[in-house]
Write a protein that binds this ligand. Structure first.
Ligand code: HEC
Length: 126
């Protein structure tokens, strides 16, 4: 039955390709760069967010830590932006509203979240 075997093998390949695609976050760096100002996001990050998101002791998911961000990104960027704007208490600690800077506009926070997402997706996995 060589034909059946080949068929089974190709179904297996197609399935694993599908599963691999599904485990990728539903976000692409191209789309992030198109829809957000990543350079402005980096500036906000450096001034406000880095205090926690670049300090392991804070418990916050660190910039460039792909493993920490991918499960969060799978919730959708919109949800992350909303939680960054409103603030919330999570198992890893408190994420203050707007990172604690009330002067940040919603778009500025969104740019910073997009920058964090971009750095996570640019990082090597594993
Ligand atoms: C005082 C520390 C602190 C500052 C400053 C801070 N964060 Fe956070 N942030 C946290 C912690 C801690 C968490 C993890 C909370 C959890 O999920 O348990 C977090 C989580 C997040 C998340 C993940 C949300 C989710 O739903 O998983 C995003 C996005 C985020 N922060 C964005 C930002 C941005 C953007 C800034 C700057 C404007 C910022 N944070 C500044 C501490 C901080």
């Amino acid at each position: 039955m060589p034909f059946r075997l080949a068929l089974a093998a190709s179904v297996g390949v197609a399935l694993s390709a599908l599963l691999a695609a599904e485990s990728e976050p539903p976000l692409r760096r191209e789309a992030l760069a198109k829809e957000h100002d990543l350079a402005a996001g980096e500036r906000v990050f450096t001034i406000v967010c880095a205090a926690c998101h670049a300090d392991e002791a804070s418990g916050a998911p660190l910039v460039g830590d792909r493993a920490a961000w991918v499960p969060r990104l799978e919730q959708g960027l919109g949800r992350l932006v909303r939680r960054a704007i409103e603030g919330y208490e999570g198992p890893a600690g408190e994420m203050p509203a707007r990172g604690g800077d009330d002067t940040l506009a919603d778009a500025a926070v969104a740019n910073a979240v997009a920058f964090l997402a971009d750095r996570a997706l640019a990082a090597p996995s594993g």
